[in-house]
Design a protein around this ligand. Structure first.
Ligand code: FES
Length: 402
C-alpha cells in the first residue's frame, strides 16, 4: 500500500500543490476536515485519470465530501481549471453580458475591455500543467505480491489476511463467528461507533476467486469481494458492448450506484459485504432480487450451492447462510427482449445519503393477441420492512394484465 496525505502534496513552507493553490485563490478553503478532503479527492481523480476529467467527473468525485457549512461554487471553480472544458459561466466573462461584442459590467452597464474570445478566469492557476513532477506509486511496491498476514489487536482481536480461498474456508471452519471484511466500511462503523466487538476478522481482499469479474454467455459473474467502483466501471463498459435489451439491469445498477455513498466508500466496499450486511435499507439488495440474480454460496468443505437473491434474506439482518458458509459470487443474468429493470431511491439528499425508501422493479412484457401483457414482474422495496421485501401480491396481480 502507498498512502499519500495532504501534507505529502504541498504546504505553505514547501510550496503549494496546484490543487491547493487553486483552492486558495478562489477562496474555496473550508475547515481542517473539508479542505484536505476536497484536495485529496481531486488529487485522486487527477492521478487516476488518463486524460483531463470532465466537469461532471469532478462533481462526481466530490460527492463524498460533505461540508455542512458551504455552497460548493468556489470549490468547483477552483477545480474546473483541471477539467477538459472551461465553462464560461465560471470565468470572469459571461456571454450574457455582451453588448455589440463588448463586455458590459452587469451592475454599472458600462463596457469594459476584455477580449471575449479569451475568457479570463478569476483563478490564475494553469490546470493544464498539472501532470509535471507528480508523486508516483513506488515501483518496488508494484513488484510485491500480497502475502498472508496475521496481526493481533486489543482485547485478543485476531486479524487475518489469507490469500487463498481454501485458507478463508479453513478459518471460517475454525472460527465460525469470524467476520469477513474487504473495505471495513461497515465493520469499522460497528466497532467504532456501535462498540460491537469482534474476536476474529478475516480480510478477503486478495483472494482471487472472490475477485472474479467476467461476462459469460448467460450473464455476469461477480466475485463477492469485488469493489463497487470497479463494478460500476465494468457495467458502464458492458452497456456499450452488449445489445441494449440485455443490459437493462446493468443500467439500473449504474444509476443506483451513482447515489450509493461517495466515491471513497465505493472504492473500497465490496458487493458481498453490502449483501451480507443485509441492511433493510440496502440500495442494491432490492435490485439483485428484482433482477433475478443468483448467489453462489460455498461451505467450509468446498460444496457450492446456488440461492436466488429473492430467497436469501430471511429477516432483520438474517441470511440463508450457515456459519461455515460464505458468499462466493453473484450471478447477474442478461435481460431478454422486452424485459425491463428499473431502480428507485428516495432520500433526504441526493449525494451520499441513506434512502428513506428504495426499490428494484422488473417487468417482462409479451405480445399476446395484438396486446402487450405482463408475462412476469417483480417489485422489491427497501426501507419498508425488516429486510428487502418483495411485493408478491402486486406481482401476482400484474401478471397477465394488458
Ligand atoms: Fe468543514 Fe463545513 S467547513 S464541515
Amino acid at each position: 500500500m502507498h498512502v499519500i496525505t495532504v501534507e505529502g502534496l504541498g504546504s505553505c513552507r514547501r510550496g503549494l500543490h496546484p490543487i491547493q493553490e487553486s483552492l486558495a485563490r478562489t477562496h474555496g478553503s473550508q475547515c481542517g476536515f473539508c479542505t484536505p478532503g476536497f484536495v485529496m479527492s481531486m488529487y485522486a481523480l487527477l492521478q487516476s485519470s488518463q486524460t483531463p476529467p470532465t466537469e461532471e467527473q469532478i462533481e462526481e468525485c466530490l460527492a463524498g465530501n460533505l461540508c455542512r457549512c458551504t455552497g460548493y461554487r468556489a470549490i468547483l471553480e477552483a477545480f474546473r481549471v483541471f477539467a477538459k472544458t472551461s465553462n464560461i459561466l465560471y470565468t470572469g466573462v459571461s456571454s450574457l453580458n455582451l453588448q455589440d461584442g463588448q463586455s458590459v459590467c452587469p451592475s454599472t452597464g458600462k463596457p469594459y475591455s476584455v477580449d471575449r474570445h479569451k475568457p479570463t478566469s478569476y483563478n490564475e492557476v494553469d490546470g493544464t500543467k498539472y501532470t509535471e513532477e507528480e508523486l508516483i506509486f513506488p515501483p518496488e511496491l508494484l513488484l510485491k505480491k500480497p502475502t498472508f498476514l496475521n496481526l493481533t489487536g486489543f482485547g485478543g482481536l485476531m486479524w487475518y489476511r489469507p490469500i487463498t480461498l481454501q485458507h478463508v474456508l479453513d478459518l471460517k471452519a475454525k472460527y465460525p463467528n469470524a467476520k469477513l471484511i474487504v473495505g471495513n466500511t461497515e465493520v469499522g462503523i460497528e466497532t467504532r461507533l456501535k462498540r460491537i466487538q469482534y474476536q476474529v476478522l478475516v480480510s478477503v481482499m486478495h483472494v482471487p476467486e472472490l475477485n472474479v469479474l467476467e461476462t459469460r454467455e448467460d450473464g455476469i459473474e461477480i466475485g463477492a469481494a469485488m469493489r463497487l467502483s470497479i463494478l460500476l466501471n465494468f457495467f458502464r463498459k458492458v452497456v456499450t458492448e452488449r445489445a441494449a435489451h440485455e443490459t437493462s439491469s446493468c443500467k439500473a445498477f449504474i444509476e443506483q450506484l451513482k447515489w450509493f455513498a461517495g466515491s471513497q466508500i465505493r472504492n473500497v466496499s465490496s458487493i458481498g459485504g453490502n449483501i451480507c450486511t443485509a441492511s433493510p435499507i440496502s440500495d442494491l439488495n432490492p435490485l439483485w432480487m428484482a433482477a433475478r440474480a443468483k448467489f453462489r454460496i460455498i461451505d467450509s468443505k468446498g460444496n457450492i450451492k446456488t440461492v436466488l437473491a429473492e430467497n436469501f434474506f430471511l429477516g432483520y439482518r438474517k441470511l440463508d447462510l450457515a456459519y461455515d458458509e460464505i458468499l462466493l459470487s453473484v450471478f447477474l443474468p442478461w435481460d431478454k427482449t422486452f424485459e425491463f429493470v428499473k431502480e428507485f431511491k428516495q432520500s433526504h439528499r441526493r449525494d451520499d445519503d441513506i434512502a428513506i425508501v428504495n426499490a428494484g422493479i422488473h417487468v417482462h412484457l409479451q405480445e399476446h393477441s395484438d396486446n402487450w401483457v405482463v408475462a412476469d414482474a417483480s417489485i422489491v422495496y427497501g426501507g419498508v420492512a425488516p429486510c428487502s421485501l418483495s411485493a408478491i401480491k402486486t406481482k401476482e396481480f400484474l401478471i397477465d394484465k394488458i
